[in-house]
Design a protein around this ligand. Sequence first.
Ligand SMILES: Nc1ncnc2c1ncn2[C@@H]1O[C@H](COP(=O)(O)OC(=O)[C@@H](N)Cc2c[nH]c3ccccc23)[C@@H](O)[C@H]1O
Length: 321
Amino acid sequence: MATPGGMIRALHRGTLAQNMVMDRIFSGIQPTGTPHLGNYLGAIQNWVNLQEKYNSVLYSIMDLHSLTMPKESAVLRQNILDTTAAILACGIDPRKCFLFRQSLMKCTGQNNDGNVGLLTYPVLQAADILLYKSTHVPVGEDQVLHLELAQDIAQHFNKKYGEFFPVPKAILSTTKKIKSLRDPAVKMSKSDPQKLATVNIVDSPEEIVLKFRKAVTDFTSEVTYDPSSRPGVSNLVSIHAAVTGLSIEEVLHQAIGLDTARYKMVVAESVIQKFTPIRNEIKKLQEDKTYLIKVLEAGAEKAKELATPIYQEIRRLVGFQ
Ligand SMILES: Nc1ncnc2c1ncn2[C@@H]1O[C@H](COP(=O)(O)OC(=O)[C@@H](N)Cc2c[nH]c3ccccc23)[C@@H](O)[C@H]1O
């Protein structure tokens, strides 16, 4: 039975508090400038909803992960601030979640230098998730395999050292994979060399119209939803439903009588409506660098407070201390 002294010691070590599994949301985004429509619909829109529903929510700007596609340091620095401005503008509220840079949490007070092992992509991602004992990870479909590694590592650790990590579960949005507008067989991606394939949150209304006008569909002019046989037009229907908050049936109903060419303009308009206030807010936030840096620093402090006792307990369980 726990004695009061033992209890206090346990609390001090964090054991009791950490063994109680509480729901904790964790997710992250690489700072590749401002996010695109896929990031927004696959992840960020969900993040905004989840910060309202959960008490412990952490979102991280994954600057270490972004080193897999190296950039000049000045570009990286700017991208970090732009990504921060963008996700704040999308509705992420630093009073409801911890928003911080990944690199501010790593190698601090831990006496270990960064190395290739640390940067090995999916392992680093698993470490990010587990370091906070996260229970839920809102991501797009392309991250599910990475998350499975985190689940395996958690289970392996628990088997060896006793139940410690919750096994983190993915939270997928209904639009878990937004496709390229130029090739609906592949996902929309920041690194797509085809400029018209990816809609960025800060694109002007003219650019958005152009990208949707050129979106690859097929030779049937009617608007229907069948992702396997009509991936191009179905991608437009998914986007339309997700940005308006309507169901697939409702947007299909609205599209009755429209051919795909006209429907593309309806979808473009709905995306413009969604992104215009966000774009304006991003511009405002980008002008206040000091604020952005302050938000990230405050978030890092709070994330560190959360992670430190967990990290110490991991070290103790493993036998490092
Ligand atoms: N076309 C698309 N359709 C739907 N969703 C999409 C699309 N493109 C991107 N996403 C989602 O956007 C989020 C951020 O993408 P990143 O590539 O920066 O995301 C990445 O590169 C991660 N490895 C960052 C990361 C590092 N550590 C983590 C720990 C937990 C969660 C995430 C992370 C992701 O949720 C991604 O699934």
